[in-house]
Design a protein around this ligand. Structure first.
Ligand SMILES: [Zn+2]
Length: 301
């Protein structure tokens, strides 16, 4: 009886406190697929998982250089399922290594090539989140985005899901018999930890929980476990919102004055300007740490 009362109390607390909000985005589509799934299978599985878990709309930040016939087919699978296709440049360059002129060209080429998709939306995600390592480059891109009617599709929730994918694919290649239950738990746990970390950081610096944007990548583990992640988020009181809703938050207007060579995401930018020096990148954003944990929890469990 006492246990039931406690459960009701816990559920009430979750429902009465304002729900936290999160939009889901996938970068680098159509990302290479030569392991667990082939590309079209990945796309279909991902769309089916999102539908099954009532996720109405996510965004795919796409790299137009990868638009061969299969790439186009995959992006059409996403677009036709109601998801957004947006700009992530033509060739995924590192802005720290490129002039403003060359970078602008790469951005504009993707703008032309990605317009073929029905659900194309003028949102731009900077590769590696690098927005310009000089004031001239940063301001030049801000102007160009404005001129072409684009919004900067910043992220608030950073993680190394791409490294978890490479650990998974290597283990598959090496012939390990992977316990998919364990793999899912590993993925969900690591993502939840970084999501809650950045939300706490946001609450500390903004005094509220903003509409969040989760950075993920278009990969096999995303297709396999996005449903499990969504389930866990909802249990913890999160509402899944669309990217458009997320970018209606006031933090979308925030423009950091400082020139940043490396960018931790919007919450990290705000925290940095507010005087926070440590912990702008969560501890799970560490390849060696992830590898050690993967060996312990998935391979040698
Ligand atoms: Zn990328």
């Amino acid at each position: 009886m006492r246990k039931i009362l406690l459960t009701i109390l816990l559920l009430l607390t979750v429902f009465l406190s304002e729900a936290k909000e999160i939009a889901i985005t996938f970068d680098d589509s159509p990302r290479s697929a030569s392991g667990y799934f082939d590309g079209p299978t990945r796309a279909k599985k991902l769309v089916a998982e999102l539908k099954e878990h009532n996720v109405e709309q996510v965004a795919f930040f796409s790299v137009s250089k990868r638009l061969d016939a299969e790439g186009i087919e995959r992006l059409n699978t996403y677009s036709e399922a109601g998801h957004i296709i947006s700009n992530h440049t033509h060739s995924h360059p590192d802005f720290n290594q490129l002039s403003l002129q060359d970078y602008s060209k790469d951005f504009l080429l993707a703008d032309v090539k990605l317009q073929q998709f029905n659900n194309f939306r003028k949102l731009f995600r900077f590769p590696y989140l690098r927005e310009g390592n000089t004031a001239e480059k940063r301001d030049g891109m801000r102007k160009l985005l404005n001129k072409h009617g684009y919004k900067n599709a910043y992220i608030t929730l950073n993680n190394y899901d791409w490294y978890i994918e490479s650990l998974f694919q290597n283990a598959v290649k090496e012939g390990h018999d992977i316990d998919m239950e364990k793999m899912s738990q590993f993925y969900v746990q690591l993502l939840i930890e970084s999501i809650e970390y950045y939300d706490e950081m946001a609450q500390e610096h903004l005094g509220r929980s903003p509409k969040h944007v989760l950075l993920l990548h278009e990969m096999d583990i995303s297709a396999l476990f996005i449903g499990d992640l969504v389930k866990e988020l909802r249990i913890r009181g999160w509402n899944i919102i669309t990217p458009d809703e997320a970018y209606s938050d006031d933090i979308a207007k925030y423009k950091v004055d400082r020139v940043l060579k490396f960018n931790p995401g919007r919450i990290g930018e705000i925290a940095l300007v507010n005087g926070q020096r440590k912990g702008l990148w969560h501890k799970n954003l560490d390849e060696r740490y992830l590898e050690k944990l993967f060996m312990q929890q998935v391979i040698n469990h």
